[in-house]
Design a protein around this ligand. Structure first.
Ligand code: GRF
Length: 203
């Protein structure tokens, strides 16, 4: 299967996926990396790995519909089996999400359904949570609301800050995302109406 990764920022999750995809038995191939910011470091990481890149700059479009239309067109050129959102900081339109239904994954830095949206680490701290973490889910029309495929937990220690939590969560992200992408490429996970089916052995 071919994978297309969308990112907006530093691309550490992209890097983890690139490294995983280099493993001899990895079942998928990263065909391209797309960014909405022309100076995203993720583009650098992709070029260094000799992966094709494209930019669809959201500031150049008047509406979300036009931006998503342009993005969809670029993605379609590569005809990917899977689109992986890896720190892609744009909310996608319903049309976009429907077009890639069952083929679109996101990683979100909280134990969903807790803390959809932004500032998840601060919100976990404010709530006094002792457990925090990260979720990988199928993307549906609801923001950060699609069925969860897998989660990794981190313990919140006394004295943790948003920065220390972010660091701990990212470490887990870099392990979890490649595992889930591998499962998808092996045909083991599928999106049902509002749930995920998993076929095969866990880890
Ligand atoms: C990650 O923390 C991810 O959970 C969130 O955006 C961040 C992306 O980081 N959606 P990076 O660009 O992969 O380093």
């Amino acid at each position: 299967p071919t994978i297309l990764v969308l990112a907006s920022g530093s691309g550490t999750n992209l890097q983890a996926l690139i490294e995983a995809s280099r493993e001899r038995d990895f079942p998928g191939q990263i065909a391209a990396v797309g960014c909405n910011r022309p100076n995203a470091f993720a583009l650098e990481r992709a070029s260094q790995a000799h992966i094709e890149t494209f930019v669809v700059d959201h500031t150049k479009y008047d509406s979300r519909d036009e931006f998503d239309g342009a993005l969809m067109q670029e993605i379609r050129r590569h005809n990917p089996d899977l689109v992986v959102l890896a720190g892609f900081m744009r909310i996608l339109t319903t049309d976009f999400v429907r077009a890639f239904r069952g083929q679109l994954l996101n990683i979100h830095p909280s134990l969903l359904p807790k803390y959809t949206g932004l500032n998840t680490h601060q919100r976990a701290l404010d709530a006094g949570d002792t457990l925090h973490g990260v979720s990988v889910h199928f993307v549906t029309e609801e923001l950060d609301g699609g069925p969860v495929i897998a989660q990794a937990e981190v313990a919140v220690a006394p004295g943790d800050t948003t920065e220390s939590l972010a660091e701990k969560v990212q470490e887990k992200e870099h392990i979890l995302y490649p595992i889930v992408v591998r499962w998808f490429c092996e045909g083991r996970i599928q999106l049902g109406s509002d749930y995920v089916t998993f076929d095969g052995e866990l880890l």
